[in-house]
Design a protein around this ligand. Structure first.
Ligand SMILES: *Cc1c(COP(=O)(O)O)cnc(C)c1O
Length: 368
């Protein structure tokens, strides 16, 4: 079976370093918010050229804490995309804010700045935008930044799928007011359990996020505002410090795999992922579009090649979220691409042999 993602092989690739780090924590006698978390936060902030990194319990929590640290008012509206992990929208609601859903650019799969502008113009309540760098593709941050300036929006970047992606020579995560990362095991920078981080260059936001993750305690046991319990633990931080040292080489491997797919599949009926000039896509997923997507997925499945759909049902079509606003013209691109997208096997340890088998099967299917 060729797996679409493979966190176990990600562990085995760095087994001795990871095991040594875990044992060090087990033997230290200190398991929550200690020097492993501090060390990882410092390395993670430095990697991005950011002033503050705050380790938290998950990516969903990171978005929630990032939003709450922006000091928005309960009931403010926050724009984001419907073509994303449900987590993005759930986190907005968990922060007491109201999601407003925006369409995507069908070529990049990221937020359409024109649609964001028309929604912001028609809805005076929109005070922030959560921009998702989906599949490892940086969103159009220059456009988003100028819109944010014009309409007074706070920008939160959801970098859960884009650790190490860049626009020019600046990593995603430092283009807005604050950003959120997930270290779910299959992400480009994955822990071996849950984890997340908030990143910012804004000292006030960083300070508030740090207090929010532990009950709003300024001194121990005394809350100065109501917070949550969302702490990155020492074991995951120690593992992440190891994985961070390998992030660039693993992202480079993803890019190499993507290039091989690109070259081999260029003359097929598939629409291949686009990459934007001047940005570094890190291919959390390699997502193609096929009119007969379900047939292609079944064909690959019969040959023991795993593929996934990210995501089969857009947020605004999920029963829990059908009531969310999304503008009068709807989310046409979101609705269309959901029918056609397929994520092919993509992870740094994917072998050349597995890649070749996958490519041959797709070429065969395309000639059928
Ligand atoms: C994974 C993911 C999240 C949520 O992260 P968790 O760590 O699973 O809570 C949020 N947004 C996006 C785009 C994701 O891919």
């Amino acid at each position: 079976m060729i797996l679409p993602a493979d966190p176990k092989s990600g562990f085995l690739a760095h087994q001795s370093e990871v095991e040594e780090a875990v044992l060090r924590v087990l033997r230290s006698g200190w398991y929550i918010l200690g020097k492993e978390v501090e060390g990882f936060e410092e390395a993670f902030a430095q990697y991005h050229g950011a002033g503050h990194a705050i380790g938290v319990g998950s990516g969903t929590d990171a978005i929630q804490i990032a939003l709450r640290a922006c000091n928005l008012s309960t009931g403010d509206r926050v724009a984001t995309v419907s073509h994303t992990a449900t987590a993005t929208v759930a986190a907005i609601e968990m922060s007491g804010l109201i999601p407003v859903l925006v369409d995507i650019d069908p070529d990049t799969f990221t937020i359409d700045p024109d649609h964001l502008e028309s929604l912001t113009k028609s809805d005076g309540g929109v005070k922030a935008v959560v921009v998702v760098h989906l599949y490892g593709q940086p969103a159009a941050m220059h456009d988003i930044q100028s819109l944010a300036k014009r309409y007074g929006l706070k920008i939160v970047e959801d970098c859960a799928q884009a650790q190490g992606a860049k626009i020019g020579d600046k990593a995603v995560g430092i283009w807005g007011d604050v950003s959120a990362f997930s270290f779910y095991p299959t992400k480009n920078l994955g822990a071996l359990g849950d984890g997340g981080a908030v990143l910012t260059n804004n000292e006030d936001i960083g300070d508030r996020a740090r207090l929010l993750r532990e009950y709003g305690w300024v001194e121990r046991y005394v809350s100065h505002f109501s917070g949550v319990n969302s702490r990155l633990d020492e074991i995951q931080a120690a593992i992440l410090a190891v994985k961070l040292r390998h992030l660039d080489e693993e992202n480079a491997r993803r890019v190499e795999l993507a290039k091989t797919y690109d070259e081999a599949l260029t003359d097929t009926s598939l629409t291949l992922p686009s990459s934007v000039e001047g940005t570094d896509h890190v291919y959390h997923q390699y997502v193609v579009r096929a009119e007969d997507r379900d047939e292609l997925q079944a064909y690959l499945g019969e040959r023991e090649i795993g593929s996934l759909i990210h995501y089969p049902v857009p947020v605004h079509r999920q029963p829990a979220y059908t009531c969310l606003a999304s503008g009068p013209e709807g989310l046409r691109n979101t609705d269309r691409v959901c029918q056609e997208i397929l994520s092919l096997p993509m992870h740094p340890q994917l072998s050349k042999e597995s890649l070749d088998v996958t490519i041959s099967a797709i070429l065969e299917w395309d000639r059928r």
